[in-house]
Design a protein around this ligand. Sequence first.
Ligand code: SAM
Length: 420
Amino acid sequence: MTETNPVEQFLTAFSTSVADDTFVRLVLSGPRAGGERPERVLARLVEIRRLPHLSITLRFPTKDVTRNLAATEAGAWLREQLGKEFHSALLCTIRRDWQLAVPEAGLVRLVTHRPSIREVPSRGHDLPKRDVLDVSAREWLVGLGVTDARGKVRPAMTDKFRQINHYLEILSHLATDCGWRGAAAGVAAAAPRELVFADMGCGKGYLTFGAWHLFNRQFRLPTRVLGVEARPELVTSGNELAGRVAAGGLLQFAAGEIGTAPLPKKVDALIALHACNTATDDAIRRGVALGAKLILVAPCCHQEVRPQMSHPPVLAPVLRHGVMAERMAEWVTDGLRALYLEAAGYETKICEFVATEHTPKNLLISAVRIEAATGADAVAGTGADAARQRIGELKKFFGIRQHALDPLLAGAEQAAAVSV
Ligand SMILES: C[S@@+](CC[C@H](N)C(=O)[O-])C[C@H]1O[C@@H](n2cnc3c(N)ncnc32)[C@H](O)[C@@H]1O
């Protein structure tokens, strides 16, 4: 550090910490009098489309305004703020903290301290704060290779970490919708009985561990989570890790097929994320058959509807493009899935699971059962009737003869129940 000017020293410390990834946070305070300046400015470093950005929160008395600035422009922005907009600045890096005072009159002072924080924070953008995946999640996140032993997200696992976080955020809201958790955060809605979740086609179990962690360790709702997976080596590794994290028998993995694997007699949530083709429909049918309160599916590839789909004349000029026909087939398949679930007595929502920049297979269909009981009487409500009618109309419009969820309309869903 060769500059003697404290402002230049501070700016150099800032750009160095961004360049060598030792930056923790920046706070500007003591706004100049007059004008409509924020009271404070808080900045953290985030990755957006794999490039470093400064995420800046302008804290006004009644609101926060956030903007993102490319790291390459951050130095010039900070230079504009120091002394001209704000009189105090605090820069925290994992090496040192820097405190700058630029009074209206008098000496500019720069003081350094030992670092108040010694670990680089997550660079994830729009992640929920790490209060769900806190230190109590470290052992399984390390075991699955998502973070290193110090809890730092491995660079290649940033997207996976983001996906787990987003999934748990969605699951938290659904826990409230399902009445498992009171609207007041963290409060069990009623005296908790043990919940049972089945995660079908769970793979390595990133989201299976996540669901177990969220309900048992965060919500303190006793929840038994079963991961079903076709690949035995993933079942073995999942069970080994569940043993290491002392899941107390509440997290288990079993080898099996989504359509036929034995499941507990009562399942509260049936989850199938990125199961191929009609395996998603098998999972939906099993969830309905078991009367699951929550069915959560993120479809993967869609192969059933596309070969059957005719091109209605008004859409033909658009659907002659293969990619458009492909997308329309996905759209119709997932739209129909939501309608079949509605016909079976569920209230459905379709949202984005992960940003499209990561994968085009990014829809999540959530369905919460609204009737008190299952069976023909329970699904005969007007919503269910309307859904049945819409399914018929949509299938006719696109010339779709059969759909893997047709048995739900025939009330044959009981056939899909294979329980232990
Ligand atoms: C794309 S991975 C998704 C894993 C996990 N659900 C997730 O979202 O992270 C799909 C997994 O489902 C498994 N799978 C696919 N079809 C299956 C079936 N019919 N029965 C059981 N597992 C299946 C695959 O072996 C694979 O591990």
